[in-house]
Design a protein around this ligand. Structure first.
Ligand code: CMC
Length: 427
């Protein structure tokens, strides 16, 4: 691949290029400032790769998503979430005995220290589960001070397993606290998804067996959310990790980043938007008109993506799953019909076509979560539970790379030039 040549005034600089596995080319500007005194501006890092990554490949033009080379549709159909978690972190699908050992280890760490209960109870019952999850994840670090060194591979491994094991417990307990029900302890005879469903929905007074359709669907949803390259929350995890903060603090930062409505919080916003449309009696035309109006901050939630400019392969899988799962569960949800109608109309509208705005992963996931029995404010923590192995894989990749540098972007200063201080009474 030829190098690039940058001309600036009378100066010329040769910039090396690098080619990725799939033929993508990147121009390395690492010497730009030291050679020519220049920096680059790139809003939202739309054109900037911080470094290299071998975890997930996304081709937004062709709607391709692969974890460690494996197509997302194949993983969603055939793998278990813990298998995918192993794949993301260790680079290859586990052999039978490796998977059994991994599952056993995760199962052994599902309990939370009893003291952690007090943490949940310090929150108002109305607290959003994402805030509680971020705080509880951060608090976990205080229980395991001996396993926090990001450069100690063994410590990282055990912390990663603790995180994967305890996150469902933290999420379920935050829900139980919210709905004034007793906490349900993990059941280590169950698989990851069934155990989580039991902790969420069981009550001591009754037996609980998770519906297999719900268990299978949860497994698939977690896999579809498990990684997505350098998205906002994974970049947050990497950024915090680049300062050698411990893995719990780094993941807590990712949870906060995910909570925003432009990122993972969109799944909650989509459902709220659909509900509002039904309740207000607005027509779809009115909604589309508002989404296109530049003077109106309203956006069609669950539409558009920085990377996908053709279709989001996760949304395609979820659209089909929404129909199948609702049918299998005998749920007739008018919001599904509304979502499909909205999608059809948006996809044939010039505004959305021109801007290549398609439904993203969050457009249909909420309708499925709702049919499975989850309340709307739990949707984003479910996204977090799915994304966790991806965050950990990204963090581990960064922390173990000898070429990693602390993230420290440059800026183009546009504030006042130097001026003398003026005493208080003279201003
Ligand atoms: N409704 C209406 N217009 C939109 C939408 C939308 N959902 N998304 C983008 N646009 C317009 C935007 O106004 C802009 O128009 P113009 O060129 O005339 O100024 C153009 O499309 C490009 O949008 P952008 O904001 O520059 O694109 P971006 O890559 O910076 O943002 C996005 C991507 C996902 C934040 C954005 O599409 C959005 O806000 N979508 C709604 C929220 C959402 O569904 N988020 C979930 C994202 S996928 C899962 C995840 O990351 O968690």
């Amino acid at each position: 691949m030829p190098d690039a040549v940058l001309r600036h005034g009378d100066n010329e600089l040769t910039l090396p290029s690098h080619v990725g596995t799939e033929g993508e080319t990147a121009i390395d500007i690492g010497n730009l400032r030291s050679s020519l005194g220049l920096v680059t501006v790139d809003r939202g890092f739309a054109n900037t790769a911080e470094g290299t990554s071998s975890v997930t490949y996304i081709n937004g033009e062709e709607g391709i998503l692969r974890y460690r080379g494996y197509p997302i549709d194949q993983l969603a159909e055939h793998a278990s979430f813990l298998e995918v978690s192993y794949l993301l972190q260790y680079g290859d699908l586990p052999a039978n005995d490796e998977l059994a050992a991994y599952e056993e280890e995760i199962t052994r760490h599902t309990l939370l220290r009893e003291d952690v209960k007090h943490l949940f109870e310090a929150f108002p019952h109305s607290a959003h589960p994402m805030q509680i999850l971020a705080s509880a994840t951060s608090a976990l670090a205080t229980y395991y001070p001996d396993a926090l060194d990001p450069l100690d591979e063994e410590a990282v491994d055990i912390s990663a397993r603790r995180l994967i094991a305890k996150t469902p417990t933290m999420i379920a307990w935050s829900y139980k606290y919210r709905v004034h029900q007793p906490y349900v302890y993990p059941d280590n005879d169950l698989d990851y998804a069934s155990n989580f469903l039991k902790m969420m929905f069981a009550v001591p007074a009754e037996d609980f067996i998770a519906n297999p359709v719900v268990t299978r669907t949860l497994n698939m949803l977690l896999i579809l959310h498990a990684d997505h390259g350098q998205n906002c929350s994974s970049s947050a995890v990497r950024l915090v990790g680049s300062g050698q903060a411990n893995i719990f603090s780094s993941v807590a930062a990712g949870i906060h980043a995910l909570s925003g409505p432009l990122h993972g919080g969109a799944n909650q916003s989509v459902l709220e938007m659909l509900t509002r449309i039904v309740e207000s009696g607005d027509t779809i035309d009115t909604v589309i008109k508002r989404a296109k109006d530049k003077d109106d901050p309203f956006r069609l939630m669950g539409f558009g993506h920085r990377v996908y400019k053709n279709f989001d392969p996760r949304a395609q899988i979820l659209k089909k799953a929404a129909e199948d799962v609702l049918k299998a569960l005998g749920v007739d949800d008018p919001l599904l019909d509304l979502a499909m109608e909205l999608e059809d109309i948006a996809l044939s509208d010039e505004y959305f076509v021109e801007r290549k705005l398609y439904p993203n992963v969050d457009f249909y996931s909420g309708i499925i979560y709702r049919a499975m029995g989850f309340s709307t404010d739990m949707f984003t923590v479910l996204f977090a539970m799915g994304r966790l192995p991806g965050w950990i894989a990204q963090w581990r990749e960064l922390s173990s790379d000898p070429d990693t540098k602390i993230f420290r972007p440059r800026q183009l200063y546009t504030g006042p030039a130097e001026r003398p201080f003026i005493a208080r009474d003279d201003r």
